[in-house]
Design a protein around this ligand. Structure first.
Ligand code: TRP
Ligand code: SF4
Length: 325
């Protein structure tokens, strides 16, 4: 079976963007690949080091959401990056062999330095963010990595680092991983921008029904529709795109009702809120069950770490052997 590694930073609560962008995808992949799904807490620390208090809480909370969404500990190995020390060892080896220019030129690095102004990211560690990511992936010799568009540059760097290592030490230790591009942006935030914690436009998977309803009521609709009698343009309305995801069978009818001025936006959103709450209900029940049984989560993470460590240790032994250290 081909192997996959993917990771998520524990920097906040998971939301619908994660569900449709990442978790649905992971759920499918765990059926056909050997999957390692990792909480990238060291990566999280790189941006949160000034206020790291939330990380620990998010780690468990995120893992609970993964499992509640259907990521199965029977099918995938679920683990926490910082529990496997080999990530740091390989990160150091890769740091030594990676030319500075590759990192300074990395588009995500330049963009984040420019855009994230409420934190000081001009650190030695943050420049090496993709080097740690390469270590994550190559430690497990992953064949494929499911990533969003924003991570493609990191995967390219991972391949370059693999080639450089193999070339320097004249041994094919690391396979070059392929990307499995995840279609992202299937769901937008309640303000119709990308759903993101930094825009404060998310519906969290763990939001209470009242919060979900309130957020959906505040969604922007067709800007050309001011009165009920104005015919709507559902294809221009974000509410409508939520119908497409949550209730595709109802979407067609909403199209007609909206374009024919037979439904008002308030009612349309009220109905959608009910649909979304109902859609997330099983997840909510599974989560509260898991919350009552934290030992089970520790067991799952321990199992995952055990498996991850076996693989990681073996790779590190090979690495040390070819270097001669
Ligand atoms: N950089 C990824 C992100 O921000 C998280 C991550 C860390 C990752 N290590 C990884 C993703 C390894 C894929 C593979 O989304
Ligand atoms: Fe959007 Fe519904 Fe209003 Fe039409 S009726 S504009 S789909 S919210």
């Amino acid at each position: 079976m081909k192997r996959i590694l993917s990771g998520m930073r524990p920097t906040g609560k998971l939301h619908l963007g994660h569900l449709f962008g990442v978790l649905e995808n992971w759920k499918e992949l765990q059926e056909g690949y050997e999957c390692f799904f990792m909480v990238a807490d060291w990566h999280g620390l790189m941006s949160e080091y000034e206020r790291p208090q939330g990380l620990k809480e998010n780690i468990l909370d995120n893992v609970i959401d993964w499992i509640a969404c259907g990521i199965s500990p029977e099918k995938a190995h679920i683990f926490i990056q910082s529990q496997i020390k080999e990530h740091l060892e390989l990160h150091l080896v890769f740091s030594i062999i990676t030319p500075l220019g590759w990192l300074e030129r990395c588009p995500t690095y330049k963009e984040q330095l420019r855009e994230i102004t409420n934190r000081n990211l001009s650190t030695y560690g943050f420049l090496g963010y993709p080097v740690l990511q390469a270590a994550d992936i190559l430690l497990y010799k992953a064949d494929c990595v499911p990533v969003g568009e924003d991570q493609l540059a990191h995967l390219e760097l991972t391949r370059e680092i693999a080639r450089r290592f193999n070339g320097l030490y004249k041994k094919n230790i690391f396979p070059e991983p392929r990307q499995l591009l995840t279609a992202s942006g299937r769901i937008l935030g309640i303000d119709a921008r990308k759903m993101s914690k930094s825009y404060d436009n998310c519906i969290a998977l763990s939001d209470e029904p009242e919060a979900i309803t309130r957020k959906i009521q505040s969604m922007f609709t067709d800007p050309l529709r001011i009165k009920l009698s104005d015919p709507g343009h559902p294809e221009k309305c974000n509410v409508h795109s939520y119908y497409a995801l949550f209730a595709p069978q109802r979407k067609k009818e909403i199209d007609q009702l909206c374009a024919g001025s037979k439904i008002g936006c308030t009612d349309c959103k009220k109905e959608l809120a009910g649909i979304v709450v109902k859609y997330l209900w099983p997840l909510r029940e599974k989560r509260s069950e898991l919350l009552k049984n934290k030992n089970r989560i520790s067991d799952i993470l321990e199992e995952g770490a055990k498996k991850a460590h076996t693989v990681a240790l073996k790779t590190m032994q090979e690495v040390k052997e070819v270097i001669g250290i």
